[in-house]
Design a protein around this ligand. Structure first.
Ligand code: TNX
Length: 504
């Protein structure tokens, strides 16, 4: 059976034709802008024991990567959503991936990698087939909270590779929260000098220098994944309120916080703090926007329960205006829809349930009514930090996951939802895409993150990429089982859920 996740738009098999034999020293032909994609494919094949060589267009190469469009040199870091469509052709003689843009070419190579065995030290047989593929939604994200626990750059790069294989194209980094501030800001140095020290419990803190974040962004961009940075405002700001007393209404620094409660911190809307708060917003959002080449800037907006409704609307207006002034498109959690003065094109990230809890649906519709769009992250199905229904051995031996979002989330539930069926009145085009957040209150290590994320991130990837319509959970579980050997080979500590018929 064929093993492509997410399911491609069309797949035509020709079982009567003679299979292709891929030797252990395959040539990969790629010219010009296709070359870096070929180099990445070669590195992946090398990781599986083959000895490929990348050549300029050459008839002898068994793998050919070709760009067909005039925009062939554009990448995900440009100010547009890349064209990710591609075709993959396997004949008895050759493998050809064609795409109008490099992003699609890269996506096609990920499909090819899924079709190849994990051990290429011996020659492999590939069936003759034709894949014609393109995503349903332009934004298919995974978020990682690097505040509640901090993850060094190498951990994030490993995660990026695993997400790239699933054709995820956005990595949302939750960079600030009550427990810590994780990104260097030159104009406000104490955000990290003071605000990055701790995490949840007695876990160590940490932060990314601008160079660190630059390495993450560059690595992601090579794989056509856009990094969306989030500075969570006006709530979830205890780390900043701890580092800078002048950001507090009373001018007194808050204590450092290492718990997991939410909703107690807020920037001040008081007129006496207007100058310093607006300067803070301008400086921080300006520096973060300058660091990230992608089109989006996430400003949080969730759970500001200690901010009055009036102050919240005032602060969100100022926050989103400062974010929009950087030239980025603003994203916020759906609560920002209570502010009726949002910049044009603002995106609301919906994190209520499949059955919306008031006023979430109204807030989302308000954003759409102002010309904005929505990212769907329903907590009861898309959240990766919610625990599994079964108790599985975990990498660290301690329990992982929270269960506030309507109890545990099964693999079938993570797969069986439709983004357009949640908030009434939204058209398909109102939905920018889907995202799975992974909050890290219980995840101390990247192995913990992997256990929570995989295989459920594969479900999110298919909800975002593959055509709407009937999803057969049993058939999907079969395909996901085929990812197991690749995850084993690359050291991904996925959860061996009983819902998936893992091989071996
Ligand atoms: C709510 S969901 C949060 C996070 C927490 C998470 C889990 C959302 C937008 N905010 O701050 O980490 O619950 O406790």
């Amino acid at each position: 059976m064929l093993t492509i996740v997410p399911r491609p738009r069309t797949l035509r098999m020709s079982p009567d034709e003679e299979a292709l034999t891929l030797g252990t020293t395959p040539g990969i032909a790629a010219a010009g802008a296709a070359r870096p994609v070929a180099e990445l494919l070669a590195a992946s094949l090398r990781g599986r024991g083959a000895a490929p060589s990348v050549v300029d267009a050459d008839d002898a190469a068994v793998i050919v990567l070709e760009l067909t469009g005039p925009d062939g040199s554009r990448g995900a870091s440009d100010d547009h959503i890349a064209d990710e469509s591609y075709t993959l052709d396997i004949t008895s003689a050759a493998i050809t991936v064609s795409a109008p843009e490099r992003a699609g070419l890269f996506r096609g190579t990920q499909t090819l990698l899924q079709l190849l065995p994990v051990d290429l030290a011996a020659s492999a047989q590939l069936p003759v087939l034709h894949v014609d593929d393109a995503p349903r939604f332009g934004y298919r994200g995974v978020m990682i909270d690097v505040v509640r626990h901090f993850f060094p750059v190498a951990d994030v790069l490993k995660l990026i590779d695993a997400l790239a294989l699933l054709k995820i194209n956005v990595l949302h980094l939750h960079l600030t929260d009550d427990q810590g501030w994780r990104i260097q800001i030159d104009s406000w140095p104490d955000l990290t000098a003071v605000g990055a020290a701790g995490a949840v419990g007695d876990a160590p803190g940490g932060f990314y220098t601008k160079d660190d974040l630059g390495r993450i962004i560059a690595y992601a961009a090579e794989r056509f994944i856009t990094v969306v940075p989030e500075i969570d405002l006006p709530g979830h700001t205890n780390a900043a309120l701890h580092a800078y007393p002048e950001l507090n209404a009373d001018g007194v620094a808050r204590e450092a916080y290492h718990g997991i409660e939410v909703g107690f911190s807020s920037l001040s809307a008081s007129p006496e703090r207007a100058e310093v708060t607006d300067r803070f917003l301008r400086d921080v959002l300006g520096e973060v926007a300058a660091l990230t080449p992608g089109p989006w800037l996430h400003v949080g907006g969730d759970e500001s329960w200690s901010t009055s409704a009036e102050d919240y609307r005032d602060l969100v207006r100022r926050i989103t205006a400062a974010a929009a002034a950087t030239g980025k498109r603003v994203i916020g959690w759906h609560e920002i829809g209570s502010c009726d003065d949002l910049p044009a094109g603002t995106v609301a990230q919906y994190w209520s349930y499949l059955q919306p809890v008031a006023p979430a649906a109204d807030q989302v519709r308000a954003v759409v009514a102002h010309g904005g769009q929505v990212i769907m992250s329903p907590a009861d199905v898309a959240y990766l930090d919610i625990r599994y229904p079964e108790d599985l051995p975990t990498p660290g031996g301690y329990a992982l996951g929270l269960d506030w979002a309507d109890g545990p989330t099964s693999f079938a539930a993570a797969y069986g939802w439709e983004p357009t069926a949640i908030v009434e009145g939204l058209a398909e085009s109102d939905i920018l895409g889907v995202e799975s957040p992974l909050w890290t209150e219980t995840a101390l290590t990247i192995a913990d993150v992997e256990h929570l994320a995989f295989p459920r991130a594969a479900a999110l990837a298919e909800v975002g990429w593959s055509a709407a319509g009937d999803r057969d959970p049993a058939e999907f579980a079969e395909r996901v089982a085929s990812l197991g050997p690749g995850w084993d080979a690359t050291g991904i500590r996925y959860a061996r859920l009983s819902e998936v018929p893992w091989r071996g």
